[in-house]
Design a protein around this ligand. Structure first.
Ligand code: ARG
Ligand code: GLU
Length: 695
């Protein structure tokens, strides 16, 4: 009975299948393989992950550390989201060559555009090293001692682990430090832009449609991996050649129906599925609202200026998208948590857990955990908010403050060690150049005026008239001369001397207190995970996302966001035309696309009903970082490209609920249609392998 309750709360509320979880690809044999088969999969665990033969995992690359991408041709062609390649597309764009506005399509390999700093990393193999990592840990150790023993053991293991010269390795913690896995990886650094649709396709619906369904965004872009003469990772060189992958995904032209099996394979970034009720309450009632308010205040200014000014629109495109994205997600998260009674349910679950501890005689061992969480979170709450608010103001929304923050870091580095002056200065110069590349003083001062009152009573916007930092040349002048002169220059600057006390307060008080109060919570979370698995051993546990390769699976499904409303599992090109608002910055549609629609010139990409599918929904448990992940059918073919979740379900990072949590994918046939019919880039289609698994 007690298990049943637990299952109902944590595992699934669904009537159609048991779902949820982001699973480690090397451990699918057994429970996952069986469950996938029952959902319609024809794949074996070895088809997905195999060390000795090529397998699907060889086609999945971590895109620039933050998104996912997949190989879709034998010539290293890469598919990811438009929003994942956004800053690269932006960096090649200017008013004359506006690839954001007009799209970009390389006609041949020579036209493909290199991207400094961009990389794609593949997983070669995964190894459980838990025993070795935890070998020297004992219960008498303090948290600090434990961590340093873990670090020491990890370094030793990594040093001796066999790998090729061109490979890397790393160890990551799972289940809150209850398990450790070692990853051997291969990182490619010569990644070129091949194709991108215009914003009016790739970002269609922009912020209004972001995180919601029905959705009509063609959120995709194409890149290519280049390798050296031996097909190995290499820095950019004209002599590099298109990479020959160990595996690439065939592409299904047969589409999806409701109930079809889908698997999403990628690099989810961070989830927190095992939080105590009090933590969920703190995040949604106190923490999120303050950060939402700060971003709200910044976006008011940025949005207004972007609409009014073409140049500002290009410069702030990427930054605005980043700020607006989490802002809207947090709002949805709060709604979902409230609507699903997540806090209340988690409390009920905690009662079940407490009962299980009693029944198993584990009270002495673990009975202190929940009360201790209560005590720690009450103490941690205020500083957690203050800490994040500082980051939101000084590092996310306002650029002048960000420049002063980086300058402060230089000052700290050089006063600790004068020999660091040159490196620290070069570092700062790089930062300043990066910020000024896309800087507009008006926008920034407006943001300052709106945002700063949410952080302090001491708001002084006149610093904008008396600082050298708002202009790159004058900012760099501050850094000329001897270390002593530089120190004098920066400390005489109005913005710097205004910001410095805030930054000092952050480092000397806020951040210290934050670390100090966060540490015991992290340690308790580790014990809680251990306790859960011991007290309720038959439940479904999956490790929180940690930017490592994971498999999540489910089925194609619509959902009901509220009473009497049902969202179909698929949207069509008809919906793009329905939403069309000529000249609108979110809902304009390119004339060429309207023409193709009017002529019904859909080629082989329409569904059996004669319509072009655009996006579809699934019950795959995804999060940030899964952007660009392939949606794969029962046979291992590409059917879609993951790019978002539905608003009502963004709480899945803390509280996955299969009733309303859905991931949103672009139908791969829409991608092919845009490449072929809209862009006329048939040569790219010819590289791919198109298949008909249902015929
Ligand atoms: N919400 C998606 C994600 O979390 C897409 C973001 C890009 N789109 C946008 N309008 N900002 O990344
Ligand atoms: N758009 C997200 C990303 O950039 C994926 C959507 C999500 O958070 O589920 O990774």
């Amino acid at each position: 009975m007690k298990y049943l309750k637990f299952l109902l709360l944590f595992v699934t509320l669904s009537t159609f299948s048991q779902q949820g979880g982001m699973w480690i690809p090397s451990l699918l044999e057994g429970m996952n393989e069986k469950e996938m088969t029952s959902l319609g999969s024809k794949l074996t665990a070895k088809d997905i992950y195999d060390v000795n033969n090529s397998s699907i995992k060889d086609a999945i690359g971590h895109f620039n550390g933050g998104c996912t991408s997949e190989v879709i041709s034998p010539k290293g062609l890469i598919l990811t989201n438009h929003h994942c390649g956004y800053s690269q597309i932006q960096s090649h764009s200017s008013l004359e060559n506006n690839y954001l506005e007009n799209g970009f399509w390389a006609k041949n390999l020579k036209d493909e555009l290199p991207n400094k700093g961009l990389f794609i990393e593949f997983i070669v193999s995964i190894h459980d090293v838990t025993q070795e990592v935890l070998a020297n840990i004992n219960e008498q150790m303090t948290e600090k001692e434990k961590q340093s023993a873990i670090d020491k053991a990890s370094n030793g293991i990594l040093k001796n682990w066999p790998k090729e010269d061109w490979q890397d390795s790393k160890i990551k913690s799972f289940y809150k430090g209850n398990q450790y896995f070692l990853f051997v990886t291969e990182r490619f650094n010569d990644i070129r832009l091949v194709g991108a649709p215009p914003n009016s396709i790739g970002k269609f619906g922009s912020d209004t449609d972001n995180w919601v369904f029905p959705r009509h965004t063609g959120d995709f872009a194409l890149f290519r991996i280049y390798a050296d003469a031996n097909n190995r990772p290499a820095e950019y060189s004209e002599n590099n050649k298109p990479y020959t992958p160990k595996h690439y995904l065939p592409i299904s032209l047969d589409g999806v129906e409701e109930g079809d099996f889908t698997m999403v394979f990628g690099f989810p970034g961070r989830t927190n599925e095992y939080l105590p009720a009090l933590a969920i309450e703190h995040i949604t009632k106190d923490y999120n609202p303050t950060n939402i308010a700060i971003r709200d205040a910044a976006l008011q200014v940025i949005n207004e200026k972007m609409i009014a000014d073409d140049e500002v629109r290009i410069k702030y495109a990427s930054k605005q998208a980043r700020i607006a994205n989490a802002w809207k997600k947090w709002i949805g998260e709060n709604l979902g948590i409230e609507k699903s009674n997540a806090v209340e349910n988690r409390r009920k679950f905690e009662a079940t857990f407490t009962k299980a501890l009693k029944e198993k005689g584990l009270e002495d061992k673990y009975g202190d955990i929940l009360p201790e969480f209560d005590r720690l979170y009450k103490d941690f709450g205020p500083v957690n908010i203050k800490h994040r608010n500082f980051i939101e103001v000084f590092l996310v929304t306002n650029e002048l403050l960000q420049m002063t923050f980086r300058t402060y870091q230089m000052e700290q580095a050089m006063s600790k060690n004068p020999e660091l002056f040159d490196t620290a200065k070069q570092n700062l110069i790089g930062r300043l150049q990066g910020i000024h590349k896309n800087y507009n003083v008006d926008v920034d001062q407006g943001v300052f005026k709106n945002v700063m009152p949410l952080y302090t009573d001491n708001v002084d916007a006149s610093i904008y008239n008396n600082t050298a930092f708002t202009n790159l040349d004058t900012a760099l002048k501050l850094l000329e001369g001897s270390p002593k002169e530089v120190l004098k220059n920066i400390n005489n600057d109005a913005a710097y001397s205004y910001a410095k006390p805030f930054i000092e307060e952050f480092y000397n008080e806020i951040d210290k207190e934050f670390q100090q109060k966060n540490e015991p919570i992290t340690a308790l979370q580790t014990r809680y995970m251990t306790a859960l698995m011991e007290a309720l051993p038959n439940a479904r546990y999956f490790p929180d996302a940690n930017s490592t390769l994971r498999v999540t699976y489910g089925q194609v499904r619509g959902y009901s966001p509220r009473d009497a409303v049902y969202y179909n599992h698929v949207s069509y090109l008809d919906g793009v035309v329905e939403k069309y608002i000529p000249g609108d910055y979110e809902f304009d549609v390119p004339q060429k696309l309207l023409d193709l629609y009017a002529a019904k010139d859909f080629g082989q990409y329409a569904d059996t009903n004669g319509k072009v599918p655009v996006c579809f929904l699934g019950t795959n448990h995804t999060t940030g970082g899964n952007s660009g992940s392939p949606a794969i059918d029962a046979h291992g073919n590409l059917i879609g490209l993951n790019f978002d979740r539905v608003w009502e379900g963004t709480m899945s990072d803390m509280n996955y609920d299969p009733e309303i949590c859905r991931n949103i994918m672009v139908d791969v046939r829409y991608i092919l249609f845009i490449i072929d019919k809209y862009a006329g880039a048939k040569h790219l289609i010819d590289e791919m392998t198109l298949v008909h698994p249902k015929k």
